[in-house]
Ligand binder design. Structure first.
Ligand code: FAD
Length: 457
């Protein structure tokens, strides 16, 4: 019997946009093969846990194929640290299984509720991009089910074109079935963190340039509402995994303990407008001064350092039913400072407040559509307030494009197609590979049609 879908109104983490689609939750590989064979749907796209913010895993008029039931651990090579698992497995389960055994994710985003397939399709970056690059660098190989029903094994040596078109390829080359990922050895589940407050953007950038290379993980929280002399003031939060010998005596007995956090849930959608310039200004000022001017060697469990937001389940409800947008540009090093100033000034002038604003140094990156580039990335969570706010973000896109930067497709909900080719200069190569593995364009999504990665209809 063929797999039945449900007609739903679907959104991802930002709760914007909401799209009518057919949602399928296959449990067997045969279901995926039948879907491709039957051609019941005009378009198909894979989905993990919907933690991309915008419309990458949405498909109006087509079907969204949620792959979270493919979540088995298949093999682990203890000597090489290589884990083989189905693509629907969550990073959370990997951490819970492997951190107590002394292994950690080589790259992790700011939430562990994402799947291996989603991590590869977005080629996610973590706080260590400046020294360790992105997720795909640690993928030894993966298996991809392409539109013709073939399962192709891809690595950096075997079908490398398809490897680099799929890493960061937003699910548009096929269904990722299994992923072989090289984990990182750790001696403890703790991070040694140095905190420092900076006065303004110049000091923030100066210190990132001079000091980030000393840390495996480096991120700055930035006060996006500060203006004038304080524009770009930040709290730098940088650290590395602690060795067992570096732990305080009371933690040394159980160095690989899993952090146990009480999770709370936001029980309902807050009214629209709770996140506004007033509440954000109050929060930002408190957050800035809550951190000492400088503090080094804080011992922090990995949950608190990497996933502070995961302690509050469904925190996206705080933004109300209209949802929010994550605006994340990356900027080349040469133009970063000047463009960041323009972006922050324009946002502040338009009274667009971001509750969470993060600045991070990126290193080089392979991958035809991968987002990072050597320079800086700024990530802002902006409440969805309507056309005026969207028009300001369009203006910011112009600045980003002129500066040689790009917008992260894995979080986007509103980029216009006119910027895509300039932002992703390897797009023609990617299109050639897409055409070769999916000549009829079976795999497409709201995102791909909106920005012009695939034809609009
Ligand atoms: C709080 C928070 C913090 C975040 N921090 C970061 C960060 O620091 N760095 C970063 O890079 N990202 C970050 N993200 C974004 C997130 O890591 C990515 O969007 C990730 O891809 C989501 O995984 P998912 O399983 O939910 O995928 P989904 O959101 O369901 O899908 C994302 C994309 O992957 C494709 N896809 C998913 N599974 C498959 C599959 N099996 N086969 C083919 N394609 C598939 C989809 O088609 C879609 O294009 C963050 C998100 C949140 C909510």
């Amino acid at each position: 019997m063929s797999l039945r879908g449900r007609s739903v109104q679907l959104a991802s983490w930002g709760r914007f946009p909401v799209t009518p689609t057919e949602l399928l939750r296959p449990a067997r590989q045969d279901d995926l093969l039948s879907l491709l064979g039957e051609r019941r749907y005009a378009a198909l796209i894979g989905r993990g846990y919907g933690r991309s913010y915008g419309d990458a895993a949405l498909n109006a008029g087509g079907a969204v194929v949620e792959q979270t039931r493919f979540d088995r651990l298949l093999a682990f090579d203890e000597s090489a640290g290589v884990l083989v698992a189905e693509a629907g497995l969550r990073l959370k389960e990997i951490l819970e299984t492997f951190a107590p055994r002394g292994w950690f994710l080589p790259v992790t985003p700011g939430t562990k509720h994402v799947s291996l397939g989603g991590a590869l399709a977005c080629d996610i970056h973590g706080k260590n991009h400046h020294c360790d690059a992105s997720f795909s660098s640690y993928v030894e190989w993966f298996e991809l089910l392409t539109a013709d029903g073939r399962i192709r094994r891809c690595s950096k040596a075997e079908q490398p074109d398809l490897f680099w078109a799929t890493a960061g390829g937003m699910g548009l080359t096929g269904f990722i079935l299994t992923v072989a990922l090289k984990l990182r050895r750790i001696e403890t589940t703790y991070i040694g963190v140095d905190y420092a407050r900076t006065r303004d953007l110049d000091e923030t950038i100066e210190r990132c340039e001079a000091e980030d290379h000393r840390y495996r993980y480096a991120v700055c929280w930035i006060d996006c509402l500060a203006t004038g002399k304080r524009l770009g003031r930040s709290v730098l939060m940088r650290g590395d995994h602690l060795a067992a010998a570096e732990l305080p005596a009371q933690l040394r007995k159980h160095p690989l303990t899993l952090p146990r956090k009480r999770e709370v849930t936001v029980p309902f959608s807050f009214p629209n407008g709770v996140i506004n310039p007033l509440t954000v200004r109050a929060f930002n000022t408190a957050f800035y001064y809550q951190h000492p001017k400088a503090r080094s060697g804080a011992v922090v469990d990995f949950d608190s350092y990497f996933y502070p937001l995961d302690a509050v389940l469904e925190w996206n409800r705080v933004y109300g039913r209209r949802g929010f947008i994550q605006y994340q540009p990356a900027l080349p090093l040469e133009t970063s400072r000047a463009t960041l100033i323009k972006l922050l000034e324009r946002l502040s002038q338009a009274k667009i407040a971001s509750f969470l604003a993060v600045l991070k140094r990126f290193g080089p990156q392979e991958g035809l559509l991968s987002f990072p580039m050597p320079g800086y990335t700024l990530a802002l969570d902006i409440p969805m307030t309507g056309a005026r706010m969207l028009a300001v973000l369009d203006e910011l896109d112009e600045l980003v494009a002129q500066a040689g930067g790009r917008i992260y497709l894995g979080k986007d909900a509103r980029l216009k197609p006119r910027h895509l080719e300039a932002m992703y200069p390897r797009l023609p190569e990617w299109r050639r590979i897409k055409q070769a593995v999916d000549p009829e364009g079976i795999f497409s999504s709201d995102l791909s049609r909106r920005v012009g990665l695939t034809p609009a209809s």
